[in-house]
Design a protein around this ligand. Structure first.
Ligand SMILES: NC(=O)C1=CN([C@@H]2O[C@H](COP(=O)(O)OP(=O)(O)OC[C@H]3O[C@@H](n4cnc5c(N)ncnc54)[C@H](OP(=O)(O)O)[C@@H]3O)[C@@H](O)[C@H]2O)[C@@H](O)CC1
Ligand SMILES: [K+]
Length: 493
């Protein structure tokens, strides 16, 4: 799914209005109806909605919603946050339609006019949407603070009031902290970075039928990887086939005391469909690997404690390097030799990135290699700390362009940056996955997919998507505090 800036969304709205054709007011009605459908699925009729409306079109949504929720049998009370003397045309239209249902509307000019909250009260935030163009001030700011203090449960319409739709480094300091955000057609860019994304609660994308052609015509370098698309990346299994048809992944990792990382990556490569998997580990790791991953072959290094020299057979089709490698200079020398000799698809993680970064040996990274750093690892690659999540993303994207590789910046909404400047955010995953070893599992999955011959960008996008699905599945089954990396491997499908 393509993602757009606020300016682009306004153009797509306008194109929909012109081409469908549909009036702006009808489009707003469609948006409000989509919210009612969602609300009816989610809430019983014993709640009381306090609907806070601004005076632009987001407020228009709120007023339409008040009328429609009232018709659906909900108890609702609309409040207008009086931040300007005149409303937009769509706001005025929906204000006048409240007469149809005899709903009284209350104006809030000061905090004293905020409603009394009881245990069934839910705030609906329809104050500002994509029209926000400056940090909050005046009465809107006060009401937003009042909502934060007064309500445990808040639903934001389109976007939580106070956060911009676009990526920005401006400090917007006050915003509604929503429990749910019902956003129209596509998630807004700002939802995908932690400084703003923290305010949205659970994001629900409601289809309001915006013009497909207009969305196609708008150029964007930002995408959200969705289930339907990524399913087509899955390597096909043929009826008449054997293990040799599905590639041979080599996992290079392990160090005395850190053999578990190599085990996790090896098992993940096996579970992601590679026909054959070999683990290259220091000789002290041979028994550990053979017992933990009997389906894999083990190739032992002549060094006892760490990897130092990795022969690569001509049968290998992709390599995953890094899990638990350790950071000794001898390991770097082995890595240097390996990377200068191979011409295979490769994924580099953890200690491999650290070793290359420490020696500033970035020339060793093959074109189209996949690098999977988290924030701290990427900062070490950069050689400095970044100031904001946006700067981190921009630097990762620039890095992928400069080095002609793929950078998988791990986090909530992991960003897969390609060398053409495109950024694919992942739509799966769970906070339960923030635990040791999950990165090693990802390296193994991607190596297994690369071995099966899918392109590096697809292997990276599909790999993070699968990894996230497994995290969601295990978190639902075990509870979010009890997920360990090995659970993800068994949940891969
Ligand atoms: N048919 C359609 O178009 C559809 C539109 N849709 C909906 O419309 C929403 C976009 O509506 P929009 O463009 O009217 O902008 P909106 O978010 O209501 O804000 C405008 C107001 O913001 C004010 N303002 C800005 N910053 C401020 C601040 N810091 N502090 C205080 N005020 C501030 C600004 O006031 P001004 O600064 O001009 O005085 C202006 O009054 C979109 O998110 C979606 O919900 C959907 O129904 C689909 C169909
Ligand atoms: K809002």
């Amino acid at each position: 799914m393509k993602l757009f800036s606020a300016e682009q969304i306004k153009r797509i709205d306008a194109a929909t209005i012109e081409r469908e054709p549909i009036s702006s007011i009808q489009l707003m009605e469609r948006a409000a109806l989509a919210c009612v459908d969602w609300i009816e699925d989610y809430y019983e009729k014993d709640v009381e909605f306090h609907i806070f409306c601004g005076m632009g079109n987001n407020g228009g949504d709120g007023l339409a919603l008040a009328r429609l929720l009232n018709n659906a049998g909900y108890n609702c009370r609309p409040f207008i946050v009086a931040h300007r003397s005149k409303g937009s045309a769509e706001f005025d239209h929906n204000l006048s339609r409240l007469d149809e249902v005899e709903l009284n509307v209350h104006y809030i000019n000061g905090l004293k006019e905020m409603p009394r909250v009881n245990e069934n009260s839910i705030a609906i935030d329809a104050i500002l949407g994509i029209g926000l163009d400056k940090p909050l001030r005046g009465i809107i700011r006060d009401v937003v603070k009042g909502i934060e203090e007064g309500y445990d449960h808040v639903i934001s319409i389109d976007i939580p009031t106070g956060i911009p739709a676009d990526f920005t480094t401006v400090n917007w300091n006050t915003a509604v902290r929503a429990s749910h955000t019902l956003t129209f057609q596509f998630p807004k860019l700002s939802f995908l970075l932690p400084d703003m994304g923290d305010y949205t609660g659970d994001v629900h994308v409601l289809d309001i039928g915006l013009d497909e052609l207009a969305m196609e015509e708008e150029h964007s370098t930002y995408f959200l990887t969705m289930d339907e698309e990524v399913e087509s990346f899955r390597p096909m299994r043929k009826v008449f086939s054997h293990k040799g048809d599905y590639g041979h992944a080599l996992i290079v990792g392990g160090h005395e005391g850190m053999m578990g990382a190599a085990v996790l990556a090896t098992k993940a490569a096996l579970r992601s469909g590679a026909g054959l998997v070999t683990a290259h580990v220091p000789s002290c790791g041979r028994d550990v690997l053979q017992i933990s991953a009997p389906e894999a072959m083990v190739q032992t290094d002549h060094s006892e404690r760490s990897v130092s020299n990795v022969p690569v057979s001509s049968r290998i089709s992709a390599i995953g390097i890094g899990p638990g490698l350790g950071r000794e200079h001898s390991v770097f020398k082995g890595l240097e030799k390996l990377l200068s000799e191979i011409e295979l698809p490769v994924v580099l993680d953890a200690d491999a990135l650290h070793l290359i970064g420490t020696s500033q040996a970035w020339h060793l990274i093959p074109q189209n290699a996949i690098l999977t750093p988290h924030k701290g690892e990427f900062e070490r690659m950069l050689g400095r700390e970044v100031e904001s999540p946006l700067e981190l993303l921009q630097e990762a994207s620039a890095w992928a362009g400069d080095k002609k590789c793929i950078v998988v910046l791990k986090g909530a909404y992991t960003a897969v940056c390609d060398s053409d400047g495109n950024v694919y955010f992942n739509s799966t995953g769970h906070p339960a996955m923030a635990s040791g070893g999950t990165g090693d599992v990802l390296t193994g999955i991607i190596a297994g997919l690369l071995a099966q011959g899918i392109t590096p960008i697809r292997a990276a996008r599909y790999g993070v998507w699968l990894h996230g699905c497994a995290g969601e599945e295990v978190a639902a089954r075990r509870g979010e505090h009890s997920v360990v990396a090995g659970d993800l491997i068994d949940a891969l499908f």
